[in-house]
Design a protein around this ligand. Sequence first.
Ligand SMILES: Cc1ncc(COP(=O)(O)O)c(C=O)c1O
Length: 405
Amino acid sequence: MAAEATSRGLTPGHVYNGQRPLRYGPLPDRIRHRFPIFDQRVYINSCSQGALSDSVRDAYERYLADWDEKGAPWEYWVERQEAARASFAGLVNADPDEVAVTTSLSAGVSSLASGLRFARRSKVVLTDWEFPTIGQIWHAQEARGARVVHVPAAEDGTLPFAGFERAIDDDTLLVSITHVCYRNGAMVDVDKVVQLAHERGAYVLLDAFQSIGSLPVDVKELGVDFLGAGVLKYLLGSAGLGFLYCRRELVEKVWPTATGWFADRNIFEMDHSDYSPATTASRFQSGTPPVPAIYAGIAGMELMKEIGIAETREHVLELNSRLIEGLDELKARLVTPRKPKRRGALICVRSTDSHALVDALAREGIVTSERDGNLRISAHAYNSVEDVDAVLASLRRHRRLLASA
Ligand SMILES: Cc1ncc(COP(=O)(O)O)c(C=O)c1O
C-alpha cells in the first residue's frame, strides 16, 4: 500500500495502518470503512458529535500506551499540545501564535471576555441564534459593565441584517455571532456583519463550532477578530478540546483575568510571584491541557484534512439537496434556508413531537437529534445517498410526527 501511495505522488504518511489512501475515489466510499458505527447504524448526527473513526480510537489507545510506557512524559505531552495548536492553525489559516488550546469553546470565550474592558465601549451585540454558552458568557459580563443587546430573529426564524444595522453603533465593543445556528442550520453572512462591525469600530467573534470541519473556514478571508471552536463535531475529535483564535494585533490588547499557569509567558519558570501572560494567544489558556482529548483531536483534525473539507462540503450539499427534495415530497416544513450559501451541513425540519420522532428513527437504527421542536439531520463526509434515502423512508413511515409545510 505504501508503495502504491508513493507511486501516486502521496507520501507514505497518507496511508493509515496499511489502508488505502483517503484522497482517491468519491465520498463516502473511500472513507466509510474507517467508521465502525456504520456496521450497526445510519449515523447522521454530526451536529452533535462526529462518528468515531479507527484513528481516533487508536489515538486514545496511544495515549494510554504512552502513559504506561513512559510514566509522566510531560515534555512530550506539552509538545502534543503544540501539535494540536499547529493543526488547528493550519485548518483556519492562522498562525499558531494566534491560537489558544482550551478545554472547550466556552473556556476560550470566557477567558477572552474576562480580558475585555467595557469602559470606552460597553456594548456587546449578539444574536438570537447563539448557542446558550455565548449568551450566558456575555450576559455574565453585565456585572462588569457590559451592555448586551440581541439582534432578534424574525418570525420565520431568519436574522434580518437590518437588526445588525440597528444594534451595532459607536458604543459597540464586540459583535458575537454564530457561523451556523445549532437550532436551524442557517449560516450567517459573516462578510456583511464583519464589514459593518469594522466600519463602526467593533470587533467580531465567530462561534464556528457548527461549521468547522464541514466547510472551509479561513480567518483571514472571513476577517474575523476572534474565533472559537471545538473538535467533537465535524472535526471528528472528542469532548474536552477547544480553540480560540485571536488576531495577532489584538492579542496583547486583551488582559485575561480568568487564567492559569498554561497562560503564562514561560510555563517552565513556575513563577507564582506575578502575572505575566504569554505574548501569544496562549494567554487565553488556563490549567493542565486536556492531554487525552488532544491525542484524539489531532487524529480527528488530521483525518478531516486528509478526507478533504472542501470536497466534504460539496458532497454534503449534494446529499442535502436530495434530502430537501424528499422532505418537499413529504410536504414537511423545512426550517433551514434553501439557498446552499445560507446553510451549513445541518438540515432542520419542524416536528409535531421532536423527541418522539428522534426515538422513532432510533428504533429503526437511524441516529439523529432534536432542538427546539426541530429534527436535526446532519450529514458528513461518511454519509451516503443510501443514508439519506433511509432517513426519508423512515420519515415517510412517521409522517404524522412531521409538521406540515
Ligand atoms: C454553536 C455551538 N457553540 C458552542 C457549543 C458548545 O461549546 P463548548 O461546550 O465547547 O463550550 C456548541 C456545542 O454543541 C455549539 O453547537
